[in-house]
Design a protein around this ligand. Structure first.
Ligand code: HEM
Length: 206
């Protein structure tokens, strides 16, 4: 290790991450094509979009199961847990930095270390995306794919309707997360530094 560079991200995280990103992109584009099925707005042809969406969805199930098991086995899950003391103060300081400090050239209040890859805001966001939104979108998607498992009635509606709404809303939240995630990915030492880390595993310290 040199002073300004440290090897942090294991190969399995990087392979999972880019597989997952590609799958979410395919699912986003085909999902939008199926949901807003309008011959005038042909993003991907309808029946092709349905097929690709199903294949990418089932692949995402495998990728997600791999992510969960590998996180448990490697102990990487601990990175996603914000550590006391001062969680709230660090959360506020990080939010302030993203909103103002970064534009004034101030250094990030969080120092990346082997023990703590993520600042509190990243840890909380990633935890919620990976352990709340992802299982929700996956389980609702599987029920959608195998509707015989849907309840006949849910909250007084046909059983599949609330499942479809949940699937749509969580998918939209994941796509919004991805947009903000890509923007925040530019806030490393240089605009491209964090993207490089996710390919090489080497973090560039600020
Ligand atoms: C084209 C799309 C994407 C790009 C360009 C991208 C970029 C990045 C970058 C630059 C990082 C490193 C910054 C950091 O450690 O916080 C990162 C980490 C991460 N990203 Fe993404 N990402 C994409 C899609 C996604 C999606 C769709 C998800 C989840 C649904 C996701 C989940 C994560 C997680 C959990 C980490 C932390 C991995 C670890 O170090 O353990 N990313 N991503």
């Amino acid at each position: 290790m040199s002073a300004d560079r440290e090897y942090l991200i294991s190969p399995w995280i990087r392979v999972w991450h880019w597989t997952n990103a590609l799958l979410i992109l395919i699912l986003g584009v085909t999902g939008i094509s199926v949901h807003f099925a309008d011959p005038a707005l042909m993003l991907v042809e309808f029946s092709l979009a349905v097929r690709l969406h199903n294949i990418a969805g089932v692949t995402l199930v495998a990728a997600y199961l791999f992510f969960v098991v590998a996180n448990i086995v490697s102990g990487n899950w601990w990175q996603f847990v914000p550590k006391p003391p001062g969680i709230l103060q660090r959360l506020i300081a990080q939010g302030r930095w993203y909103s103002f400090g970064i534009f004034r050239g101030e250094p990030s209040p969080h120092l990346v270390t082997k023990e703590q890859h993520f600042n509190v805001l990243q840890a909380l966001t990633y935890w919620n995306v990976m352990y709340l939104l992802m299982p929700t979108v996956i389980i609702s998607g599987l029920v959608y794919l195998y509707p015989e498992f849907a309840p006949d009635k849910l909250f007084g509606f046909d059983g599949l309707l609330p499942i479809a709404m949940l699937h749509y809303l969580t998918a939209a939240a994941i796509l919004l997360f991805m947009l903000s995630h890509i923007y925040l990915g530019t806030t490393g030492k240089t605009v491209g530094a964090m993207f490089r880390t996710m390919f090489t595993g080497w973090h560039e310290h600020e």
